[in-house]
Ligand binder design. Sequence first.
Ligand SMILES: [Zn+2]
Length: 362
Amino acid sequence: MNLRQTNPVAMIDDLKALVECESPTDDLAACRKVISLASEISKRVTGKSAEIFDENGRPVFWLGSKNPKVVLLCHLDTVWPIGSFSPLWEVKGDIARGPGSYDMKAGFIQALYAISQLDLDQVALIATTDEETGSATSRQLIEKVSIGASAVLVLESAIDGKVKTGRKGTAMYTITVHGRAAHAGLEPEKGINATVEMAKIVETIIKLARPELGTTVVPTLMKSGTTTNTVPALATLEVDARSFAISEMERVEKEIKSLKPINPDAKIEISGGINRPPLEESATKELYEICEKAAAKLGIKPIGCAVVGGASDGNFAGIHTRVLDGLGAVGSGAHALTENVSIPHMEERSKLLVEMVNEILK
Ligand SMILES: [Zn+2]
């Protein structure tokens, strides 16, 4: 190991610089700045400059192999508008605070120090800038690099120190009912009531949930009708559906798409679908075993694993290859003002990453 790798002071200084360069997803100029700063830090830590390029109009950081066997996957955008934190950066004892420190700039620094110890012909460190809004511009790139890789290690933060071996997938549906308007007092029987139709649909939909499997199907936003004395001709309902299993998500989709109206003259229209597939434990099991083996070898206590509701870029990678997520910062408070990082764990988790990659490449 070189000097910088064993120097936690340098890691924390680099994290400070990266956090102070605020980078909310919707501020493109700020995201360009953070990527270029990341490349400067990379040059200092690894001796190599990263390639910076635009993918669908947004900056991406890429260091190392063009056809990596192992991908270290990060994002450098944050959910915090500029000026959200005061002070912007703070260290108290073993804890560092700042916007995006835990989600996930500390993870990026850990990966950077790790890759300085690794074979750049076989490994790549990639950082995108639109993860927090769903990775619309970077999804293709993530999927493409995942197809050729034997493992994708995602540097999202750990949860209670544990890695993430499962993430729910998400689906959104809009259900529209077309009825027929009529005077509610004079001749309601000539109308087709879209509210009544939608009420039946809500009842059907909530029964699609399977809490015991972690499948949720939640009617959220609903609108219907025009005036208080008109039979509603149009109703819309938004549905949020999530699950740990793709088979579950497909079951829910099939049921929603085959909804039938009570009144045969009413029309039901469905749009939307699955947007992030779940990260299933079958995709993470092997790498989790390697992770615990690496921890034992380094004399670190067992890492532990957890499944979580939120999705990440690991969900896209997991369609194509083995994935382990939550290998980044130890701390707490993602997307909260309490966001914080455990400083001593940064070096430890960085070493864990080196050990894991070497094991995967064996
Ligand atoms: Zn994140």
